[in-house]
Write a protein that binds this ligand. Structure first.
Ligand SMILES: *[C@@H]1O[C@H](CO)[C@@H](O)[C@H](O)[C@H]1NC(C)=O
Ligand SMILES: *[C@@H]1O[C@H](CO)[C@@H](O)[C@H](O)[C@H]1NC(C)=O
Ligand SMILES: *[C@@H]1O[C@H](CO)[C@@H](O)[C@H](O)[C@H]1NC(C)=O
Ligand SMILES: *[C@@H]1O[C@H](CO)[C@@H](O)[C@H](O)[C@H]1NC(C)=O
Ligand SMILES: *[C@@H]1O[C@H](CO)[C@@H](O)[C@H](O)[C@H]1NC(C)=O
Ligand SMILES: *[C@@H]1O[C@H](CO)[C@@H](O)[C@H](O)[C@H]1NC(C)=O
Ligand SMILES: *[C@@H]1O[C@H](CO)[C@@H](O)[C@H](O)[C@H]1NC(C)=O
Ligand SMILES: *[C@@H]1O[C@H](CO)[C@@H](O)[C@H](O)[C@H]1NC(C)=O
Ligand SMILES: *[C@@H]1O[C@H](CO)[C@@H](O)[C@H](O)[C@H]1NC(C)=O
Ligand SMILES: *[C@@H]1O[C@H](CO)[C@@H](O)[C@H](O)[C@H]1NC(C)=O
Ligand SMILES: *[C@@H]1O[C@H](CO)[C@@H](O)[C@H](O)[C@H]1NC(C)=O
Length: 493
């Protein structure tokens, strides 16, 4: 069967003459969640990536603007930084003196010219992209040797970023070294970090996408690579819906907000991970404040507005093409009445942003070969991960969920079915045969993996008195976590 699928996909490939890209390359999946990081006693949220030899493990936050992947030097927090809670906010630390593979590059010209301030030095070292499928399984690593990285000594910008800007060195190197199909990348940022207050974890897929992470046909948008944030969309409406009386109010409606002479024009907003909140034009923000009784607040240091009175409802953002993204009530207002909408100065000329609060609701798939990107509703709590090759120029396909299958009922959290599809280079044309085949194969494999996983969980409970994910906030626990890691490579996370 595999050969038939291969044959079919090869035929499609030839027909489309996408010969420049090898779309049978498996993508590289790197998950995003909280974990122990180098030189910090605190679990931190980010992409599971290590640097150097031996590995200094980090949790790197994906940046859609920064082109370099950056790390905090061991002295970053001692060196006059403005970063709040510095020693638990950098995603780890990197000491180049401890890495035998590190080579400093003198006088390197940064690709991040537009960036405010991140001063340090450049070098080459081995990046370790960890792929971690099952909670209880060890991680496998993809080595990206001699990768150009930035080590920050100080700065007004937070280091500890996977640089996924339009000149991303990681993506460039992976593609140039034929390790992925092309310069494609997908992101689900998740909500398992403190500001979002949720528990759903995220993922990066280099050269691919996770077909289990979104639903429907993805919506396509052109990038604007002249922008530092190359991905932006136009917003034509924003609707607040109250769960109590079912009323819907458009923040663009000049019959409701009578200080507007006419309905405002649609506006462009840039997608970014550099901030959590969403920033709208002044008038729209004002309407939001008027409608919900919101006021200035800076609890999180990001000027998110706070409601005077609790509001049980949602906010829907309608894009130019009609794609509507709804912030559910728990996102629109958290337990302390704090919203993900940023206050805005009337005179501000800053761009409008769709921050991580927005990305918690959508799956982002970027094709840097054609400078297009896709958005689709994210499957928040997916029970499986299915990384697939994102062939440049193609449109990602959502996984079609089998009805009522045994594994769905099981509701396993964080389980991953990896490499099942990857490597086959399957394309829509062979879809029908393929889906039937995949369903059967998947279910078989899933059953197998589930069985294995449940056994491993049991085994683990026999051995460990603490669960794997128990964060070690004290140095004593951290030492214990290290100890397990050394002795049980199969139980790292
Ligand atoms: C494409 O990638 C696959 C998997 O890595 C490899 O087996 C195959 O030889 C590659 N094809 C070409 C034309 O490079
Ligand atoms: C996310 O990862 C953390 C580990 O950092 C784990 O405790 C949590 O259960 C995961 N959340 C989900 C929804 O899988
Ligand atoms: C602070 O940063 C500068 C570079 O900006 C570096 O030369 C210096 O060594 C750093 N100091 C410490 C204590 O790390
Ligand atoms: C620390 O940073 C502040 C603000 O950037 C600057 O004014 C001050 O001179 C710096 N101090 C040192 C010792 O570098
Ligand atoms: C983190 O920084 C604070 C303030 O500088 C310091 O008191 C604390 O000991 C540091 N924690 C660690 C684990 O280094
Ligand atoms: C990253 O590279 C792109 C394209 O060269 C550039 O437009 C963008 O400004 C760079 N990012 C930063 C933070 O400078
Ligand atoms: C870094 O993570 C990898 C993959 O889980 C693990 O094998 C390695 O032991 C970790 N290194 C340290 C120093 O924790
Ligand atoms: C990496 O760099 C080292 C020294 O700079 C060089 O000896 C080695 O051949 C390089 N490896 C690759 C795969 O480029
Ligand atoms: C809401 O934000 C506040 C910030 O003060 C935080 O303390 C609280 O834990 C958050 N609640 C939830 C449910 O995330
Ligand atoms: C919010 O509204 C929904 C739908 O009407 C309802 O199920 C839920 O209980 C309400 N929550 C609160 C806190 O009022
Ligand atoms: C508000 O919008 C929702 C969803 O489109 C719809 O179900 C509901 O009927 C609307 N409410 C009113 C009062 O029109």
């Amino acid at each position: 069967m595999a050969s038939l699928v291969f044959y079919l996909s090869a035929t499609v490939l030839l027909a489309q003459s996408t010969v420049a890209f090898n779309c049978s390359k498996q993508p590289i999946y790197v998950d995003i969640h909280k974990r122990a990081v180098h030189d910090s006693p605190v679990f931190q949220y980010g992409s599971f990536i290590g640097l150097g030899t031996p590995a200094q493990n980090q949790s790197l936050w994906p940046s859609l603007a920064q082109n370099h992947t950056s790390f905090a030097s061991k002295d970053y927090c001692k060196n006059n930084t403005t970063l709040k809670d510095c020693n638990k906010s950098t995603g780890g630390f990197f000491n180049n003196e401890d890495s035998t593979s590190f080579v400093e590059i003198q006088n390197f010209q940064t690709l991040d010219q537009a960036q405010d301030k991140l001063s340090g030095f450049f070098g080459q070292d081995t990046l370790r992209l960890y792929t971690h499928y099952f909670e209880t399984d060890g991680a496998s690593q993809t080595l990206l040797v001699n990768s150009t990285i930035e080590v920050a000594d100080e700065g007004s910008i937070i280091p500890g970023r996977v640089g996924m800007g339009s000149s991303s060195t990681v993506l460039r190197d992976l593609a140039a070294r034929d390790m992925i199909a092309g310069k494609t990348y997908s992101l689900y940022i998740g909500q398992g970090f403190d500001r979002a207050g949720g528990s759903v974890n995220g993922s990066n897929v280099f050269g691919g996408y996770d077909s289990g992470r979104f639903t429907g046909v993805p919506h396509k948008y052109p990038m604007n690579i002249a922008n530092v944030n190359p991905m932006s969309v136009r917003i034509k409406d924003i609707v607040i819906s109250s769960s109590n009386d079912n009323a819907n109010v458009s923040l663009f409606d000049n019959t409701v907000f009578t200080d507007m002479k006419s309905r405002p024009a649609d506006f462009e907003a840039q997608i970014t991970t550099e901030q959590f909140p969403i920033s709208f034009p002044y008038q729209i923000t004002k309407n939001f404040m008027d409608r919900l009784g919101a006021e200035q607040d800076n609890t999180w240091g990001d000027n998110s507005l706070k409601l005077k009175n609790a509001f049980n409802g949602t906010l829907s953002i309608v894009l130019e093409d009609g794609f509507t993204i709804t912030l559910p009530s728990e996102v629109l207002m958290n337990a302390s009445n704090i919203t993900p909408i940023q206050s805005r100065d009337e005179k501000s000329i800053d761009p409008f942003y769709l921050g991580a609060a927005f990305l918690g609701q959508v799956y982002l798939m970027a094709d840097y070969e054609t400078n297009n990107f896709f958005l689709a509703p994210a499957v928040q709590k997916n029970n499986m991960v299915m990384p697939q090759t994102f062939c440049p120029k193609s449109t990602p396909l959502a996984y079609v969920r089998p009805q009522q299958s045994s594994w769905q009922k099981q509701g396993l959290i964080g389980a991953v079915v990896g490499g099942v599809i990857g490597g086959l280079g399957i394309i829509a044309a062979s879809c029908c045969i393929w889906i039937t085949w995949m369903r059967r194969k998947d279910e078989r494999r899933l059953k197998r993996e589930l069985k294995k996983n449940s056994q491993m969980k049991m085994e683990q409970m026999d051995i460990e008195e603490a669960p794997t994910f128990d964060p070690p906030p004290t140095s004593m626990n951290a030492a214990k976590a290290m100890f397990w890691r050394k002795n049980k490579p199969g139980m790292t996370f």
